[in-house]
Design a protein around this ligand. Structure first.
Ligand SMILES: [Zn+2]
Length: 413
C-alpha cells in the first residue's frame, strides 16, 4: 500500500463548491453552455491551475489540464469526465470524475511526485446532451466520432452550436483539430458514481466496471380508429392505446421475464386525440433495450418485432416500427479491469465487477486508447435527480483508487 493519500476534505469541499453553480431548489441546472456551466468550467480551470497544470480549451470546448511527465515522448495518461448536468440533476454525476482527477494531480504536486507519463485532467463538453439533444459532443469530437447531424445543430433557443462553442472558448468550425491520435494517449480513466443500486445494496465501496452498455432504441406508431367512447361497442373497437399498452407489457416482459436483454423500457407515449371521451385513434411510443451484449440486443429486437406483429394482427391495428441507430456496447479489456482491481487492493478497498447501464465519455475515448472506469456507490441507486448522493467517504475512496490506478498505469504502460 502506498503512503500517498488524496486529501478527502479538499476533494469534498471542491464538490460542494462546484455544486453551487446551477444549484436550485429543483436540483442542479448546470446545462452545457449555460451561464452556470461556464462558471463551473471557470472554477474547475482555477483548481487545475492551483494543482500546477497548464490548461487549454480545444476546438470542441473540452478543457484539458496537463502536468508534464519526466520521460520525453511518452503519451499522456488522461483522467476526466464532465461538469454539465441534466435538468434537475445531481452534484456528483460527472463532477466526481473531474474533481477526482484534479485532486489526484494536486496530490502528486503536494508530494513532489513526478510521473514518467504526462498526466491530463479533462472536462468533456456537453456529455449529457441536454443542449442540442446531441450527447458526448466533446468526447466524440476528441475520438473523431462526430456524425453528420453534429455539424452545426441549433438548440431549443434557436442558437447554433458554432455560437455556443465560442461562448465556452471552443472553435466548432475547426472541430477536427480536437481529434487526438491513439499515439498521444496511453490510457483514459474515468471515476464515476454508479447511478444504480448494486454497490449501495452490497456495501462494497468500489465497482470495477466491466463495460458500458449497448442501447437499441425504437419508436412504434400504432394506428387504429378514433371513435365515440360512448357509442362504439367494445367488440367494434380498434383502440390504439390499448394495443400500445399490450406492447408495453410485452416489452417489459422481454427483460423482466424472458431475460432476453438486461433492461427494457417503454419511456414515452403520445396518444391522439388524447381525449377522455374518444377511443384513441393513434399512439406513438418510444422504447429502448440495453445490454452489454449486442447479440442480446439483436435477440430483443427479434422478440419485440414478433410481439408487435402479433398484437397488430390480433387487434386489427397498424403497427409501424422506426428503428434508431444502435449504440454499440463498449466492453472494458480484462487487463484494464485487473488494473482497477489492483488499484483497489492498493487502496485497501473491497471491489466487485459491475456493468455500466448508463453511457459515459469513456465509451467514446475507448475508441482511441485503453480505458478503465471506477464506480462508487450511489445512495439508493438514485441519479439524474436532486436526491443523487454519494457519501464524502465514497467519493474519497473512489479518488484514492483513481490515484492508485494512475500510479500503477505510470509504471506498467
Ligand atoms: Zn455522467
Amino acid at each position: 500500500m502506498t503512503q500517498m493519500r488524496i486529501n478527502a476534505s479538499r476533494l469534498n469541499r471542491s464538490l460542494e463548491e462546484l455544486g453551487r453553480f446551477g444549484d436550485t431548489p429543483e436540483g442542479m441546472q448546470r446545462i452545457a453552455f449555460s451561464p452556470a456551466d461556464i462558471q463551473g468550467r471557470e472554477y474547475t480551470i482555477s483548481l487545475m491551475r492551483q494543482a500546477g497544470m497548464e490548461t487549454r480549451i480545444d476546438s470542441a470546448g473540452n478543457i484539458i489540464g496537463l502536468r508534464p511527465g519526466t520521460v520525453p515522448g511518452l503519451p499522456a495518461i488522461a483522467m476526466g469526465s464532465h461538469t454539465d448536468t441534466v435538468p434537475a440533476g445531481g452534484k456528483y454525476d460527472g463532477a466526481l470524475g473531474v474533481l477526482g482527477a484534479v485532486e489526484c494531480i494536486q496530490t502528486l504536486t503536494d508530494n513532489n511526485i513526478n510521473l514518467r507519463h504526462p498526466v491530463e485532467a479533462i472536462v468533456f463538453t456537453n456529455e449529457e446532451g441536454t443542449s442540442f439533444h446531441r450527447w458526448l459532443i466533446g468526447s466524440r469530437a476528441m475520438a473523431g466520432l462526430l456524425e453528420p447531424e453534429d455539424e452545426n445543430p441549433v438548440d431549443d433557443l434557436g442558437v447554433d452550436l458554432v455560437t455556443r462553442m465560442a461562448d465556452i472558448g471552443g472553435d466548432w468550425p475547426k472541430v477536427s483539430d480536437a481529434v487526438r491520435k491513439p499515439e498521444e494517449l496511453a490510457a483514459y480513466f474515468e471515476l464515476h458514481i454508479e447511478q444504480g443500486p448494486t454497490l449501495h445494496q452490497t456495501g462494497i465501496p468500489i465497482g470495477v466496471v466491466t463495460g458500458i452498455t449497448g442501447r437499441a432504441m425504437f419508436e412504434v406508431e400504432i394506428v387504429g380508429t378514433a371513435n365515440h367512447a360512448g357509442t362504439t361497442p367494445m367488440t367494434h373497437r380498434h383502440d390504439a392505446l390499448l394495443s400500445a399498452s399490450k406492447l408495453t407489457v410485452a416489452v417489459n416482459k422481454l427483460a423482466a421475464e424472458s431475460e432476453t436483454c438486461r433492461v427494457s423500457t417503454v419511456g414515452s407515449i403520445e396518444a391522439h386525440p388524447n381525449a377522455v371521451n374518444v377511443v384513441p385513434g393513434s399512439v406513438k411510443i418510444g422504447l429502448e433495450f440495453r445490454d452489454l451484449s449486442m447479440d442480446a440486443l439483436a435477440a430483443a429486437e427479434d422478440e419485440f418485432r414478433r410481439a408487435t406483429a402479433k398484437i397488430g394482427e390480433d387487434d386489427g391495428v397498424q403497427m409501424e416500427i422506426y428503428r434508431h441507430r444502435f449504440t454499440d456496447s463498449v466492453p472494458i479489456e480484462t487487463d484494464m479491469q485487473q488494473l482497477v482491481e489492483a488499484a483497489s487492493k492498493n487502496a485497501g478497498l473491497a471491489h466487485m465487477p459491475v456493468p455500466s447501464g448508463a453511457g459515459h465519455d469513456a465509451q467514446a475515448i475507448a475508441s482511441i486508447t485503453k480505458m478503465a472506469m471506477v464506480f462508487v456507490p450511489s445512495t439508493e441507486g438514485i441519479s439524474h435527480a436532486p436526491q443523487e448522493y454519494s457519501t464524502p467517504e465514497d467519493c474519497a475512496n473512489g479518488t484514492q483508487v483513481l490515484l492508485e490506478l494512475l500510479l500503477l498505469a505510470d509504471e506498467s504502460l
